[in-house]
Design a protein around this ligand. Structure first.
Ligand SMILES: NC(=O)C1=CN([C@@H]2O[C@H](COP(=O)(O)OP(=O)(O)OC[C@H]3O[C@@H](n4cnc5c(N)ncnc54)[C@H](OP(=O)(O)O)[C@@H]3O)[C@@H](O)[C@H]2O)C=CC1
Ligand SMILES: O=C(CO)COP(=O)(O)O
Ligand SMILES: [Zn+2]
Length: 359
């Protein structure tokens, strides 16, 4: 090779730079949890750990992890029953003496571990007990506030350990919700492209391609997603990881969160706990796909096939609340421009909700 240096013809003002953070170790599979000691030994995060769980997930996996690691590490425990400022404060106190954190549970618990570990500059390990959301691996956390949910900067876990045996045993509703979260990537991308065309918002073709491919693979494999099957857990966790990587590439949740997520966050504010995160976003995605002029029936039948709800009635949510959530979606994260920010009228919102019931 010639020693001659290539002369870089720098376009004036070129100053792009992106720092993409990803986990160092991702372990998915049968009895993966038993390999936690090896994963921790590989990362060498320190000698003491705080295990953050929920009330149920403490029983499902938290105590098993505590037993596995005790004797090797100093273990303390914290139960994150909610995700609000006082829980975060208490969790931060519990975390301050330890070297690293392990979040064992659903999205709420993992986001709690993510936020506290980020604020304290400590590593955290993500141990999802359900395939219910694509925040398993992402570097962002969703924080409910009085003014609606905000996406806050955090850091990705240093490692993800997803035990497909544990995840397959979780209620199927959780896995179906995770699938819906991924299927909603279709409309999140359409919204991002819309914002690019109308507002000149920067898009990432790599993030879009990965996010779209992930949703497509999941829809193709929908017939394999059955309750209690470890293979189903394997397929869905891989999709959630891939969707999380698309967010890491984008440096934002844009490739996986558009108008259907703004609707989902608004619904959660109006009727907390009635729908799981992915369930709400899936229903939102049917409606925003209709507005985009895309194949909304395909979204609806994929959700139905997987076992996710496609109507408010299935969740015992009154239709009027869904109309309200569609109208309020524009107040959630107003800087995130989507099809729901284009002047949706109440009459159109009512029509969208009726569409969900169409034969
Ligand atoms: N950061 C990001 O990028 C993303 C964040 N999210 C966030 O994640 C949250 C949604 O996560 P989701 O998991 O749906 O909700 P939760 O974390 O609230 O979990 C739902 C319920 O499932 C229970 N559970 C979890 N695993 C099992 C199991 N194996 N067996 C029995 N029960 C189980 C939980 O128990 P327990 O009470 O013990 O917790 C909880 O009661 C939202 O806050 C959302 O905003 C969603 C997507 C992306
Ligand atoms: O849920 C997400 C992706 O599925 C990301 O969350 P936000 O909508 O809070 O950005
Ligand atoms: Zn989501």
């Amino acid at each position: 090779m010639s020693k001659e240096q290539v002369q870089v013809l720098q376009p004036e003002g070129f100053n792009k730079s992106r720092w993409t953070q990803l986990p160092r170790d991702v372990l998915i599979g049968h009895e993966a949890i038993l390999q936690l000691p090896e994963i921790i030994a590989d990362i060498k995060p320190g000698k003491s750990a705080l295990l953050i769980t929920g009330g149920t997930t403490r029983e499902v996996a938290g105590e098993a992890v505590a037993n596995l690691l005790s004797g090797m590490y100093d273990i303390s425990r914290f139960i994150a029953g909610k995700l609000d400022s006082s829980t975060l404060e208490e969790c931060a106190k519990a975390a301050s003496p330890v070297d690293f954190l392990i979040g064992i549970g659903g999205g709420r618990v993992i986001d709690c571990a993510k936020i506290v570990s980020y604020k304290q500059g400590k590593p955290f390990i993500s141990v999802p007990t359900a395939a219910s959301h694509d925040g398993i691996i992402s570097g962002r956390a969703t924080l409910p506030t009085e003014n609606g949910s905000v996406s806050v900067e955090a850091h990705p876990p240093v490692a993800v350990v997803a035990d497909t045996g544990i995840i397959a045993k979780a209620p199927h509703r959780l896995m179906a919700s995770g699938c819906a979260d991924v299927i909603s990537n279709y409309t999140a991308i359409l919204d991002w492209e819309l914002a690019h065309r109308i507002r000149g918002e920067q898009i990432s073709e790599y993030a879009i391609a990965l996010s779209k491919m992930t949703a497509e693979i999941l829809v193709k494999d929908a017939n394999l997603i059955k309750p209690g099957q470890e293979e189903a857990a394997w397929i869905v966790v891989k999709a959630l990881v891939s969707s999380g990587v698309s967010m890491a590439i984008a440096g934002s949740s844009r490739p996986a969160s558009g108008g259907e997520h703004k609707f989902g966050h608004a619904l959660e504010r109006l009727i907390p706990g009635a729908a799981l995160h992915g369930e709400a976003c899936g229903i939102g995605s049917i409606m925003t796909m209709y507005l985009h002029g895309g194949d909304w029936r395909e979204i609806r039948s994929s959700l139905h096939h997987i076992g996710a709800p496609t109507t408010p009635k299935e969740l015992n949510i009154p239709d009027e609340i869904v109309v309200e959530a569609l109208m309020k979606a524009r107040e959630i994260r107003p800087e995130r421009y989507t099809i729901l920010d284009m002047g949706l009228t109440r009459e159109s919102a009512e029509y969208l909700v009726q569409l969900l019931y169409e034969e």
